[in-house]
Design a protein around this ligand. Structure first.
Ligand code: AMP
Ligand code: GLY
Length: 425
């Protein structure tokens, strides 16, 4: 089968690496891809409007859509209209990520545990509602804002300023509507499920590190590292998440005539009252995919095609290896501000010598030299018997990489390492 992968990040490198191992694969294309993906796929740079035409011309058997934007924009629908198999939800189903208000309303209707909330279209009404939520309060732009559309003010003045900025166009049209939420406390974890619209199977857990600095300090990023599994998501809690959150979501989407097909990535808060939904993503996580794919040892082409064909109920559920995996993001200096571009990167072969994998994200090949070309540049990934073991292997690999204009956090996985050592509950 010929497969076309859409995207260019570390997530897509991990997917390409795994897709390329499938005996079912005859040829992998990636658009636009990156220099790391080029080791597994032919890179093509297809304009969004031409993807359907390319897929038809090349007789593509499966299109795998990595990022959220093309899903929200309806790429899966456009392909399906021509009978092309797609892994990824329709635009209507991708509203679970594309509109926070849509998801909150669905939770309310289906009785899914989540933070109390209200939706607002004007600043005066939003400000008037603030006292109801107390402090800190959570204010979110409704639409896609590249992971930046959430603020958690601790004073009323900050909250009012945030409301004015969002309605003032800080996040463009994503901020034309706001959601204000109750602040939840607890530990965060990510849970992944594959669904074809009716059958649902768990597909691993992970925890990431959103702040740029050691000790969870500094501004938020797309994610500076992750590990899987997240032991805090015990089998019992995973059952609660499936029964109270994922199953009612998938059933409600189906009942509404907008069935969800693809991967459903639930951001969860583990509160004293049980797991609650923070948000959904309609695609795999980045860098969570780098650890999930490292633990998944089966045929990814077949699995994703089975999801796309609605055959999940007919196959054995996918299995993740018992081993732990941990990934460390190496970012370009100044990230998450405008990153320093053009810095030379060396040592990837050395880093991979003992079994680690270096997935590439914001890289470019310039005159035969690999250089930094984005914020998050590499995701250095290793497995181990425990998260602590995976952590030491991943940092050993990082030490072999020569990337003078890059940096990483030095404590990825700390929470789990402490737990494994019995130092925290
Ligand atoms: P989101 O983009 O919705 O995942 O939000 C980004 C981050 O904001 C989450 O990972 C949480 O750390 C935090 N967050 C979002 N909603 C809440 C909430 N209701 N209570 C506490 N923290 C939240
Ligand atoms: N790592 C967070 C995300 O993929 O949204």
């Amino acid at each position: 089968m010929k497969v076309l992968l859409i995207g260019s990040g570390g997530r897509e490198h991990a997917l390409a690496w795994k897709l390329a191992q499938s005996p079912r694969l005859s040829k992998l294309f990636a658009s636009p891809g990156n220099p790391g993906i080029a080791a597994h796929a032919e890179l093509v740079d297809i304009a969004p409007d031409n993807i359907v035409g390319f897929a038809r011309e090349e007789n593509i058997g499966l299109v795998v859509i990595g990022p959220e934007q093309p899903l929200v924009d309806g790429l899966a629908d456009a392909l399906r209209a021509y009978g092309i198999l797609v892994f990824g939800p329709s635009a209507a189903a991708a509203r679970l990520e594309g509109s926070k208000g849509f998801t909150k309303d669905l939770c309310r209707r289906a009785g899914i545990p989540t933070a109390e909330y209200d939706r607002f279209r004007d600043a005066a009404a939003a400000k008037a509602a603030l006292p109801r939520f107390g402090l800190p309060v959570v204010i979110k732009a409704d639409g896609l804002a590249a992971g930046k559309g959430v603020v958690i003010p601790t004073t009323s003045a900050e909250a009012e300023a945030a409301i004015d900025e969002m309605f003032g166009g800080q996040f463009g049209t994503a901020g034309a509507e706001l959601v204000i939420e109750e602040f939840m406390t607890g530990e965060e974890a990510s849970f992944f499920a594959l669904t074809d619209g009716s059958t649902i199977v768990p597909f691993g857990s992970a925890q990431d590190h959103k702040r740029v600095g050691d000790g969870d300090t500094g501004p938020n990023t797309g994610g500076m590292g992750a590990y899987s599994p997240a032991s805090i998501l015990t089998p019992e809690i995973q059952t609660q998440v499936m029964d109270r959150i994922i199953r009612p979501t998938v059933d409600t989407m189906a009942a509404d005539g907008t069935p969800y097909s693809g991967v459903l990535y639930a951001g969860l808060m583990l509160t004293d009252d049980g797991p609650k939904l923070i948000e959904y993503n309609c695609r795999f996580g980045d860098p969570e995919t780098q650890v999930l794919m490292t633990r998944f040892n089966d045929d990814l082409v077949t699995l994703l095609a089975d999801v796309a064909e609605g055959r999940l109920g007919e196959i054995a559920p996918p299995v993740m290896a018992d081993r732990a995996a941990l990934t460390i993001v190496m970012a370009a200096d100044n990230y998450p501000g405008p990153p320093v571009k053009g810095g030379r990167i060396g040592g990837i072969d050395l880093a991979e010598r003992d079994g680690a994998r270096v997935f590439q994200a914001g890289t470019a090949m310039v005159e035969g030299q690999l250089v930094a070309a984005g914020g998050r540049v590499l995701a250095v990934t290793a497995t181990g018997d425990t998260v602590a073991d995976a952590q030491s292997r991943a940092y050993a690999a990082v030490a072999r990489i020569d990337f003078p204009t890059g940096f990483c956090r030095h404590d990825i996985g700390w929470r789990e390492v402490e737990r494994e050592a019995g130092r925290v509950a």
